[in-house]
Design a protein around this ligand. Sequence first.
Ligand code: ADP
Ligand code: MG
Length: 373
Amino acid sequence: MRPPPDQSTFQPEIQWFPRPILGIESSCDETAAAVLNRDGAVLSNVVSSQVTVHEKFGGVVPELAARAHLGTIDLVVNEALTTAQVSKRTLGAVAVTQGPGLAGALLVGVNYAKALSYGLGIPIIGVNHLRGHIASAWLADPTFPLSCIVLVVSGGHTHLYHHDADGRCMLLGRTRDDAAGEAFDKGAQMLGLEYPGGPAVDRVARSGDPRAISFPRFHRSKDSLEFSFSGLKTALLYKLREMDSQLQSRQIADLAAGYQEAIVQVLVAKAFAALKQSNLSALAVVGGVSANSRLRTVLSERAAREGISLSLPPLAYCTDNAAMIASAGRQLLMRGEQPNSDLDIRPTERFMTTVEENGPQSVSKKIKEKANS
Ligand code: ADP
Ligand code: MG
């Protein structure tokens, strides 16, 4: 066991050794903690969901989220350590989500992690939540190719990235309005399904016919990697207005299946267009929406047909979790990123640059520019 730190000379910034790492995630409505061993394998992954706190409001209430994090974070961290059979004193570092997310919710995780880092004399590293989702692509399969396209599809993001062999990410395209998860959640609400909407639409759609009712699929132009889901939402609203409540309930499975199919087909088409434009043959799809069963089927079938390596994280790593945060933090430390005991929350932080005018030429040009820099 290591002695407690001498606080007069405490410099957590420079004391990273490859030992177990604790990850903490509190950016939205899940309080999560996880421990990875020194080689990056997941020893524990504990998630406490706040669904019961927010379901009666049909969405996340920021103030309630922060209070719920405060009430559970210590329990969740202790459970993660106990399950991993790792004592606090053997930890080598703590990684925590810095942003983007709800300010009050992020504050709970960041302050808890800072106190732990200070008390134990171990480095702390801040992790961007999207970088965490991206890292989840390698959690179950560390041999998955590093040079790949990553599609992040969650409640707040629909982002397509080019991920290079050094772990650098370049944003190729993103949604212009709603995120894919948001489209699922809002669609579910219109259909009268429970919160959170994604899993509910997924479940109801299984007994529906995706071709029975057609929904629009947004494609800005043939080669565009931009997404938009607001028109789809409006289309559902108009279809529902045309039906009386009896017809609505009779057709709910077909409505859910058609709506889901429109989201899935657009996501798959753009992910594969990005592969083609970037000349890559590996695709990772991560974030809460990657748990969608229809999306997983369509992706797997097309990847098999076209000889594309596909990483679809196990369901526990799709929605928000801390194993992905610990993994991203560990990668940053191994790449020489300096820990920062003074870190602060970054509620609106973005992740990486955009190719504003994307098309096959600009994407490959940008990738070449990046490789030469
Ligand atoms: P965040 O946006 O906070 O990072 P997550 O990565 O946990 O959140 O993703 C949550 C989103 O994933 C929600 O919008 C939820 O509806 C969606 N989701 C979860 N499971 C499914 C599913 N099976 N099908 C479609 N969407 C899903
Ligand atoms: Mg997330």
